[in-house]
Design a protein around this ligand. Structure first.
Ligand SMILES: Nc1ncnc2c1ncn2[C@@H]1O[C@H](COP(=O)(O)OP(=O)(O)OP(=O)(O)O)[C@@H](O)[C@H]1O
Ligand SMILES: [Mg+2]
Length: 463
């Protein structure tokens, strides 16, 4: 079916609808002044310098330009799931299933947004959102996957941490705030924000907990508020606690102008949630354990492949047992487990991920004119030690920091211009560093020849 899209009409529509009912800042200023003087108040207040009307007009123009840009971007977005996966492969090692699921979800979302923009009727029809839930051990790339996806996305995107929500919003944030954050990410353009993507990290932290810890956070309440958003609800574009917006609304009433409906509908917003769900494996094991593995299986076994196998088998019932409302977890229908990272994977991250931490070390040392390199067998050893940390790729940073802390402190003050990490350096960094420093402080004739050093300095593969 041939579909047409009239840019001019859309632009005209958006200009007509987009006009603010807050007529002018001068009016707001005058009204406030009247209120203060009629109350006999001696209080004064300072308005920011500059002509606010002009600024508002500039802002409106900017928003409209952005909206047209956004539509162009959506129109020209022609990536296929495989291409998104290939992009993610440059940064994230392993997690092929998660990459597949996310790539498809992003492409589907784009296609849906495009349909809605092309044809108003599509946005009114029933649409089942494919909200995604990522789960798996700590430090294996769940958040990192989304961070990299965010680089590709032309639609507004926000990342929020579920730990900051509270049911009432008195202590933490109100869940609606994340939708308002989406409006901010869309530079105030509500229409644009309606097609955004919200990533909620640490979702497992809002599971209903059996022991009350005295915080004003009720997992159940937060879940109920969240599930309404995930389905479809209208969220006020202005927060009840945001003084400036409230003042503007009040002033528009005072000036007799009717406040234009300023709310955002969440029907088309895609939600991606992620969490480590540390107790979940045990719940799945208890449910399927003996049946699938057979008699004598050790439930406390911690084999990483087994953990992944169990996570792949997770069911809605397991999430409910974990502390989620059925209605909540049901609104995250696409679930995908991330794999634990073994020593080989960690080495691979160091060598081939474009976001490798080694790159940072190379740059840090280069800042002092020191050439930094790591031998291959040293990389193997670093990866092995990092895997023992059981914190995923975060273990790499822990190990490297421990290994190189003194070198980073001492070497910049010496005339040493190259730093090579060998396997023996990893085994005893303090000794290796003092040897290096001693050699350099020896008279030139006794020091190893430049050629010898060069021969031994294996060039580190640039990650
Ligand atoms: N698979 C991976 N490939 C490359 N780098 C990775 C991978 N996993 C993690 N990293 C690195 O480790 C860091 C931490 O990973 P990330 O924040 O994604 O962990 P997570 O899975 O979200 O853990 P948590 O459940 O604790 O939040 C990332 O910023 C990235 O540098
Ligand atoms: Mg994370």
């Amino acid at each position: 079916m041939e579909m047409s899209f009239d840019f001019d009409k859309r632009l005209q529509d958006s200009e007509d609808k987009g006009k603010s009912s807050f007529d002018s800042f001068e009016e707001l200023k005058k009204n406030l002044g009247d209120i203060f003087s009629s109350a006999g108040s001696k209080l004064g207040f300072v308005f920011p310098a500059g002509n606010m009307e002009e600024k508002e007009a500039d802002g409106d123009n900017r928003k409209e330009k952005e909206f047209v840009e956004f539509i162009k971007k959506i129109k020209s977005f022609n990536m296929k799931p495989r291409e998104i996966r290939d992009f993610l492969d440059r940064f994230v090692i392993k997690q092929s299933e998660a990459k597949k699921v996310l790539s498809v979800a992003i492409c589907d979302h784009y296609n849906h947004v495009r349909r809605c923009l092309w044809d108003e009727k599509s946005s009114q029809t029933e649409y089942n959102k494919q909200n995604v839930l990522l789960l798996g051990p700590t430090g294996v790339g769940k958040t990192y996957l989304i961070k990299n996806i965010a680089k590709l996305i032309g639609v507004p995107f926000v990342k929020v941490d579920a730990t900051k929500f509270s049911e009432t919003g008195y202590v933490g944030s109100d869940v609606d705030d994340m939708i308002r954050d989406l409006i901010k990410a869309a530079n105030g353009n509500v229409k644009l924000a309606q097609y955004g993507i919200v990533f909620i990290d640490e979702i497992d932290k809002i599971a209903i907990s059996s022991n009350f810890e005295g915080r004003d956070i009720s997992g159940r309440g937060v879940q109920i508020n969240l599930l309404k958003l995930m389905e479809e609800s209208e969220v006020n574009a202005y927060s009840q606690t945001d003084m400036i917006s409230q003042l503007r609304v009040a002033m528009s009433f005072a000036s007799g102008s009717v406040e234009q409906k300023q709310s955002i509908n969440t029907k088309h917003i895609l939600f991606i949630a992620s969490g480590a769900f540390d107790r979940l494996v045990d719940i799945v094991k208890t449910r399927v354990g003996n049946k699938s593995i057979g008699f004598g299986f050790n439930l406390s076994s911690n084999d990483q492949d087994e953990v992944y196998e169990y996570l792949k088998k997770v069911s809605t019932a397991d999430f409910i047992k974990y502390g989620f409302e059925p209605e909540f977890i049901g609104r995250l229908p696409v679930r995908v487990a991330c794999e634990a990272l073994k020593a080989d994977d960690l080495k691979n991250i160091l060598i081939s991920s474009e976001g490798s931490i080694l790159k940072q070390y190379v740059e840090d040392f280069a800042g002092y004119g020191i050439k930094f390199s790591v031998d291959d067998d040293a990389l193997t050893e670093i990866a092995r030690l990092a895997a023992n940390e059981k914190t995923g790729a975060r273990g790499l940073l822990t190990i490297l920091e421990k290994l190189l802390r003194d070198s980073k402190f001492e070497l910049p003050s010496t005339d040493i211009k190259s730093m090579r990490v060998t396997k023996s350096f990893v085994a005893d960094p303090a000794k290796a560093l003092s040897n290096l420093m001693r050699k350099r402080s020896m008279p030139k004739t006794a020091a190893p020849s430049a050629n010898r050093v060069k021969k031994h300095t294996k060039k580190m593969k640039q990650p």
